[in-house]
Write a protein that binds this ligand. Structure first.
Ligand code: TRP
Length: 374
C-alpha cells in the first residue's frame, strides 16, 4: 500500500525543504574533492554528469545528530542532491551493536535522524532513506563479500582499531567485519559517490577492493565508488576533543536554544582575557571560536581579532547566538515535522520498500554471476 503523507506535511514538503536547502547554498565554501588524492573535481564539474551518479552515505543511530555531522557530511549531501545526484541514506542500525552490547534507544535515534535529514533539506521524494535491518538482500551480500577479504586486511583497518580501543571491550566478530557490511551498503545500490568524514576513508577503500575483486572473479557488476570529502575543517567538540555524544561535548541539531546556551556555558575555557585561536594550548577557547566561525561563515582567527580582549564569557555568548541563529530554520522545520506522528514511519516505509527493490535486483545479479541460480 502506498503510504499517505499527512495532509499537513504533504503538499508543501519538497518546496519547503528545497527553499531551506537553498538558503544554505550561499554558505557552501567547501570544494568537492574525492579521497586519497585519486581524483578531485569541483562541484561545477558535476553539473550535467549528475544523471548517472548516485550517492550513498549514512549514520549510525547511536545518538542525536550534531553540528559535527552537519558540517562534516549532511550539508554536502544536500548540496549533491541539489546537483541532481540521487541520494541513498542508510540508518545503519546493525552498526550500533559493533561496539556495545545492546541497541539501546535505537528507535528514538533513527526517528531523530530522519527528522534532521528532512529539516536539513534532504528530499524524501527523491532520496531513499532506509534502515539496514529492513533490507534482507543487502545483508546477504555480506556473505560473498566476506570471501573476498582476508582476516589480516580486516585487522589492519585503522578505524576499527580506534573504535575497538574506545569501546574498552574485546573485539566482536561484528566490529571486525562491519566494514565489509558497509561495503554492502554502498554496493547494493551501485553508488558512485560516498560523502563521508575522513575516518570513513578506510571503509571506502575496502569497498573499492571488494568491488574490484568481485568483478575480477565473477564479471563486472559493481562500480568503483569514490569518497567525497569537504574541505571544511573538522569541527571539534566543545572541549577540543572529537565531537561525540559520548564525550558530552556535542551540540545536537535538535537541542533547544536554552540547551545550546547551557552546554556552551559549561564548556571549559581559561581566564586569559585576550581571545586567540590556539587549538593546542587553548582547546576550549579554540573550539568555541571554530564553532562560531563555521556557523557565521568566517574564520576563527578573524573572530578572535574581533573579540580582542573581551574574555571567555563574551566568546560564549557570541558562540551561542551564532549556533542558535545558524540552526534556527533547521530547528523550526524539525519541530514542525516532529508534530506529524506518521511522517517518520512513512518516510522509512517508502525508503525501505525502494531499498528492497534495488537490493533484490543486485542480489539476483550477484547470484547469477556466481552461478547460484537454481
Ligand atoms: N560508519 C558510518 C559512520 O559511523 C555510517 C555508515 C554506515 C556509512 N554505512 C555507511 C557511511 C555507508 C557511508 C557509507 O558514520
Amino acid at each position: 500500500m502506498e503510504p499517505q503523507r499527512s495532509a499537513r506535511s504533504a503538499p508543501n514538503f519538497s518546496v519547503r525543504s528545497e527553499q531551506h536547502a537553498n538558503s544554505f547554498r550561499s554558505s557552501f565554501t567547501s570544494s568537492f574533492t574525492t579521497s586519497l588524492g585519486r581524483t578531485s573535481r569541483s562541484a561545477e564539474s558535476l553539473t550535467g554528469s549528475a544523471p548517472g551518479l548516485r550517492m550513498l552515505t549514512g549514520d549510525r543511530p547511536t545518538g542525536y545528530l550534531h553540528l559535527g555531522h552537519y558540517f562534516g557530511t549532511i550539508r554536502e549531501r544536500v548540496r549533491l542532491q541539489q546537483e541532481g545526484i540521487e541520494a541513498f541514506l542508510v540508518l545503519a542500525d546493525y552498526q550500533v551493536i559493533t561496539d556495545r552490547e545492546t541497541t539501546g534507544r535505537i528507535r528514538e535515534f533513527v526517528g531523530g535522524a530522519v527528522l534532521d535529514y528532512l529539516a536539513a533539506g534532504l528530499d524524501p521524494d527523491t532520496a531513499t532513506i532506509f534502515t539496514h535491518s529492513a533490507v534482507p538482500a543487502l545483508n546477504q551480500l555480506l556473505l560473498p563479500f566476506l570471501s573476498l577479504v582476508t582476516e589480516t586486511e580486516l585487522h589492519r583497518n585503522p578505524t576499527v582499531k580506534s573504535e575497538l580501543e574506545a569501546s574498552g571491550r574485546s573485539l566482536s566478530g561484528l566490529l571486525l567485519t562491519y566494514p565489509v557490511h558497509q561495503a554492502a551498503d554502498i554496493l547494493f545500490c551501485k553508488a558512485n559517490l560516498i560523502p563521508v568524514g575522513k575516518d570513513q576513508l578506510p571503509h571506502v577503500e575496502l569497498t573499492r577492493v571488494i568491488a574490484r575483486r568481485f568483478n575480477e572473479r565473477y564479471g563486472r557488476i559493481f562500480p568503483q565508488p569514490e569518497a567525497v570529502l569537504t574541505s571544511t575543517p573538522e569541527l571539534p567538540g566543545l572541549d577540543g576533543r572529537k565531537m561525540s555524544k559520548s564525550h558530552g561535548n556535542a551540540i545536537a541539531l535538535s537541542m533547544t536554544e536554552d540547551e545550546t546556551a547551557a552546554i556552551i556555558r559549561r564548556a571549559r575555557t581559561d581566564s586569559e582575557k585576550r581571545i586567540t585561536f590556539d587549538p593546542v594550548n587553548r582547546p576550549g577557547i579554540s573550539s568555541l571560536l571554530m564553532t562560531a566561525a563555521m556557523c557565521r561563515d568566517t574564520t576563527p582567527e578573524k573572530l578572535a581579532d574581533e573579540l580582542g580582549n573581551s574574555g571567555a564569557s563574551a566568546l560564549k555568548s557570541v558562540t551561542t547566538d551564532a549556533v542558535n541563529d545558524f540552526l534556527a530554520e533547521h530547528r523550526r522545520l524539525r519541530r514542525e515535522f516532529s508534530e506529524d506522528p506518521d511522517l517518520v514511519r512513512h518516510v522509512l516505509e517508502r525508503g525501505n520498500r525502494r531499498a528492497n527493490e534495488v537490493a533484490n535486483s543486485t542480489l539476483a545479479e550477484v547470484r547469477d554471476a556466481m552461478g547460484m541460480t537454481y
